[in-house]
Design a protein around this ligand. Structure first.
Ligand code: ZN
Ligand code: ZN
Length: 662
């Protein structure tokens, strides 16, 4: 007999080979009807799989969050069946689950699919789902599979069969007349997919990502538990489209990209103003705790060999050499892809004492990393970017306190930008790693405790979790993911504990007892890439930046040319008060001017007419508000002084005032 443990903790004996299906039926008819799969010791499996050893069993129903992956994968199979039914001669390749959906890559000799084909395929899918064929699994031999696919003319599948390592089972999933080579698992029948799915778009993709091979058509789909979930997702996409930072960047005149600089940003005046405000903000947050440093952009190859980058990371790096033919010095340099080796040189310069630790070095470091051209996406994925990077050199005893200090800073920064929902995940030791198990045990123990404290201290605001095996090869790390205004998640901050790099570079400090010791190095970034963080901010705010970040805070404009002198005086007063103001005295209709500045997302427009000039007042129009407000210039200045104060400055002032009053 085998022993099966149920979620309520009860343990029951069963004959070896009993299926999840049989157990579900034994529990209740209704459970068996709702069951779509099972989880054995937490791993999803077919409900019809025999259970051959003691295990923890969970019956997975369609409502289970884990079923979503199955719904999507099953939908990919059904899409492939639909395509082959509608377009005979089309070859199938692979069809995995991706974030929010699935895709399948097809080879079609007649030419690629077009968006016009999608409604037809979608309708066929609904037809197949209505037939509700069962998914059944068979294990085939290699020859059996190759023969089958050969008779069907499926050349790509034969290649896939050949790529499966010897000794590994070759699984075939059948649904009615159609079958596919697949690792599974799948739900019990295609009907379980439901109708909350939609085919989204087509794209080209090379077979195996190899540009020397066939060009395939990739059809993307999305699938959800319910129609409401699907509708919400489609609405989110629509909203994301409106907020696309590339579009807003153009409309607000913030930045551009061009062919000669793939993946590097041309910041225009307004975009650079926001960038610099962000840097200034981060600088204020570091004050007192960190030393800001600056390490060279271009460093000799040998340094990257010592750091290990040359060996493991070279394909992501840009090499640099003098360009002159006659140049005597033909040393090979690299543009830095990371700031860590530079900071280690600064740490190593001179003898370090334990008294100097923790030593926190920060840099707004510009790094370059090679990204494939297909991977680049506006500011979100670039080849050159600025990291708000820092490295903390500390003792092992100081590690936990430093992790907490970094965590407090990260959460406080995110909150200042309106990101209240944050997830912190601990990534633990990967299979390939350096350092002894004892070292990892210790670090993971310390960081697990820190994680528990983060959750407890946040009063439920911060969600936490573990990513098993996802740590860096040199140490465990925390990953910070924030949720934006339309519910999308962005992983930004990281805290990585490193036992490796200081040792590689021979960095040490002299401890109390006069012994040389290797410091722990903590890598941390809050925004991550500041370019990407700005992209996230643009989309999060939909271009409606808070006043302190707005590139242009006020435009002063006129209803009539009679008010020109007064408007110019108002503009000069604002400039004197440190406000980023512009003046628009064009002889255009006021509605036209307001519309234009609103389109550029200027948060405040001060309209001046004859009456305002006489009364030393302005008519304040706020972006997004229909109600202009007549205000004295003095009051408007006071309002601006308050609203243009960055949140950290306002907070520090309030704290100081409270202390003074004590
Ligand atoms: Zn599959
Ligand atoms: Zn680093």
């Amino acid at each position: 007999m085998i022993h099966v443990t149920f979620p309520d903790g009860s343990v029951r004996p069963f004959e070896p080979g009993t299926t999840g299906q049989a157990i579900a039926e034994g529990i209740s008819k209704s459970l068996a009807k709702k069951a779509v799969a099972m989880a054995l010791d937490g791993v999803l499996a077919d409900l019809s799989d025999p259970i051959t050893a003691d295990a923890r069993l969970e019956i997975v129903t369609r409502d289970d969050p884990r079923a979503l992956e199955l719904i999507r994968h099953d939908a990919a199979h059904v899409m492939a069946e639909a395509v082959q039914e509608l377009f005979p001669g089309t070859q199938v390749t692979i069809g995995p689950v991706i974030e929010n959906g699935f895709y399948y890559d097809f080879y079609r000799p007649e030419g690629p699919f077009t968006p016009e084909d999608l409604p037809k395929i979608e309708a066929k899918m609904r037809e197949i789902i209505a037939r509700d064929a069962r998914f059944t699994k068979e294990v085939w031999t290699r020859d059996q599979a190759k023969d089958w696919f050969a008779t069907k003319g499926e050349a790509f599948k034969i290649e896939l069969v050949d790529a499966i390592p010897a000794g590994q089972d070759l699984k075939i999933y059948r649904q009615g007349q159609w079958l596919d080579l697949c690792r599974g698992p799948h739900m019990t029948s295609v009907g379980k997919i439901g109708n909350a799915f939609k085919l989204m778009k087509v794209a080209g993709a090379y077979w195996r990502g190899d540009s020397d091979r066939e060009m395939l058509t990739r059809i993307y789909g999305t699938a959800w538990h319910t129609q409401e979930d699907l509708d919400a997702y489609l609405k989110m996409l629509e909203e994301a489209e409106k907020r696309d930072h590339r579009r807003l960047g153009r409309e607000m005149d913030l930045f551009h990209f061009q062919e000669e600089g793939p993946g590097v940003v041309f910041w225009h005046g307004k975009g650079w103003t926001i960038f610099q405000e962000l840097v200034a903000y981060m600088r204020r947050r570091l004050r007192g705790d960190y030393q800001e440093v600056n390490a060279p952009q271009v460093l000799d190859k040998s340094l990257w060999e010592t750091s290990g980058h040359w060996g493991w990371y070279r394909e992501n790096m840009f090499g640099v050499q003098s360009a002159g033919d006659e140049a005597e010095d033909k040393r090979l340099f690299a543009l830095k892809p990371m700031n860590c080796p530079g900071h280690l040189q600064i740490f190593k310069h001179g003898l370090r004492s334990y008294r100097e630790l923790p030593l926190r070095l920060a840099e707004f470091g510009v790094v370059h990393r090679y990204e494939a051209s297909g991977a680049m996406h506006g500011l979100m994925r670039v080849r050159g970017f600025t990291q708000d990077d820092a490295h903390i050199f500390c003792t092992e005893e100081q590690m936990a306190a430093e992790c907490h200090k970094i965590n407090d800073l990260i959460l406080s920064v995110y909150r200042d930008f309106g990101f209240d929902e944050v997830t912190v995940k601990l990534s633990t030791r990967p299979e390939k790693r350096v350092g002894s198990d004892a070292l990892w045990d210790h670090a993971e123990e310390v960081m697990t405790k820190v994680l528990e404290e983060i959750a407890a201290n946040s009063g439920g605001r911060i969600k936490t979790g573990i990513n098993p095996g996802e740590g860096a090869f040199y140490g465990p790390k925390f990953e910070y993911t924030l949720r934006d205004a339309i519910g999308r998640e962005w992983q930004c901050g990281t805290t990585q504990v490193d036992f490796n790099l200081p040792e590689r570079f021979g960095a040490f400090y002299v401890d109390k007892d006069g012994e040389k010791k290797t410091p722990v190095m903590i890598h941390r970034a809050i925004c991550g890439s500041m370019e990407r963080f700005l992209g996230i901010l643009i989309e999060n705010y939909a271009g409606h930046f808070p006043l302190w970040l707005s590139p242009v805070q006020v435009v002063v404009t006129t209803i009539t040319s009679e008010a020109d002198d007064y408007a110019f005086k108002v503009y000069e007063t604002l400039r004197k008060a440190g406000i980023r103001a512009e003046v628009d005295l064009r002889n255009e209709k006021i509605n036209y001017k307001v519309r234009e500045h609103s389109h550029a997302k200027v948060p405040l427009i001060f309209v001046c007419g004859k009456r305002e000039a006489e009364e030393n007042a302005v008519n304040v129009r706020r972006l997004g508000s229909q109600h202009p407000q007549a205000t004295s210039l003095a009051d408007a200045l006071a309002m601006l002084a308050a609203e243009t104060t960055p949140p950290d400055v306002a907070r520090a002032r309030a704290e100081a005032a409270a202390e003074a009053a004590e």
